[in-house]
Design a protein around this ligand. Structure first.
Ligand code: SAM
Length: 346
């Protein structure tokens, strides 16, 4: 369905847990973040019900995220069940890759449509440092197994000045060696990411073109949304960019998010308000749930207002999203996102 700004909203990101086995420096504090109580986390039955209702509101694609989705028991079964819902065309997952190796047979059997792996460096020591605990070689083996299993792979890398900006050519070259997509994502001023400076698409493109030659834009979208894709000569895979800051892509934003506790988020920049799990637990029927989703999607905010480089230290006086009697009032009253990215799902 189209929202009030005529955008086709067809993609939902669902976080199945806010727990993560990593503590990436730009994502979470060393000690982690407050965790949602298990009783407050959506059950798989609730997620399935929600996705069924979302198809009536035009959702065709689902991304499973976290925290780290593979730390929640039974997630492969959830993917399998979501794949069977009429109207759902793809169910993908994003993971840090630490448990890919272990779950590969189950994941392959689940029919998952694709797996995104977050990988900022291929250096064992730097990998441990940025994730505060990860083992690159284990993740790499998981990625190799995923490719061998024939599951489409996207590697997502956040370039950080002074940390991995010397590796961008090597990261892109993964798409030369393997039939995968490598995407460079601008760091967003969310959670711990507020402390970092984004490396922009133009800066990365310049570095890559100096090494590999002209990047041919790839017209057909290779994924779920505002990423742009390019092809270098003789590359087996593609290189992509997700640049919310330097290429504000809100006009083509096609997504909504649901957090592990059922909070619906209509824009990454703003705190959610409507808790869909609570609505379901309070006994609304499927038609009411569909209507609620449609009303909310229609009200999706026009755009984020992340600044291009740094996060403003002060709030501008906007109120809590959730106050107000109507969906319209609630959306109007949203505040900016106070959570860490692991509590949102990216
Ligand atoms: N654990 C899963 C994973 O690693 O893909 C899912 C959750 S993780 C929060 C989702 C994505 O958000 C990761 O690719 C991570 O790099 C990214 N991320 C975290 N903080 C970010 C920030 N401030 N700006 C941009 N991306 C961020």
């Amino acid at each position: 369905m189209k929202d009030q700004y005529q955008r086709d909203v067809d993609y939902i990101r669902i976080s199945v847990t806010d727990r993560c086995n990593y503590r990436c420096q730009y994502c979470l504090p060393r000690e982690g973040a407050e965790r949602t109580d298990h009783s407050d986390v959506m059950t798989y039955e609730e997620i399935i019900r929600l996705v069924k209702a979302a198809t009536a509101a035009g959702i065709t694609r689902v991304k499973i995220t976290g925290g780290e989705p593979l730390v929640r028991k039974g997630v492969c079964g959830l993917i399998q069940n979501l794949r069977r819902i009429p109207g759902i065309e793809s169910v993908t997952m994003t993971t840090n890759g630490a448990l890919l190796r272990r779950f590969m047979p189950e994941l392959a059997a689940s029919g998952v449509s694709g797996i995104n792996i977050s990988l900022d460096t291929m250096d064992q020591e730097k990998y441990r440092r940025i994730t505060r605990r990860g083992d690159f070689s284990e993740v790499w083996e998981g990625i190799r197994k995923t490719i061998i299993a024939g599951i489409p792979v996207k590697v997502n890398c956040i370039p950080m000045p002074g940390f991995n900006d010397d590796e961008l050519v090597d990261m892109a070259a993964l798409a030369w060696k393997y039939p995968i997509t490598v995407r460079f994502v601008e760091m967003m001023p969310v959670g711990m990411g507020k402390q970092y400076k984004a490396v922009t698409q133009d800066e990365i493109k310049k570095i890559l073109e100096a090494q590999f030659g002209y990047m041919e834009p790839v017209k057909e979208a290779a994924g779920n949304g505002p990423a742009v894709y390019y092809q270098f000569p003789e590359f087996r895979g593609k290189v992509g960019f997700i640049s919310p800051l330097s290429r504000k892509f809100c006009r083509s934003c096609n997504r909504i998010r649901v957090l592990a506790d059922g909070t619906l988020k209509l824009c990454l920049n703003y705190e959610g308000h409507m808790n869909l799990k609570q609505e379901m637990r309070s006994g609304i029927d499927d038609q009411e749930l569909e209507k609620l989703l449609k009303d909310c999607i229609y009200m999706k905010p026009k755009c984020h207002d992340f600044p291009s480089r740094s996060w403003p230290a002060t709030e501008d006086g906007a109120n809590v999203f959730g106050k107000g009697d109507t969906v319209e009032e609630r959306v109007k009253n949203m505040i900016r996102e106070p959570r860490f990215m692991a509590q949102i799902g990216g």
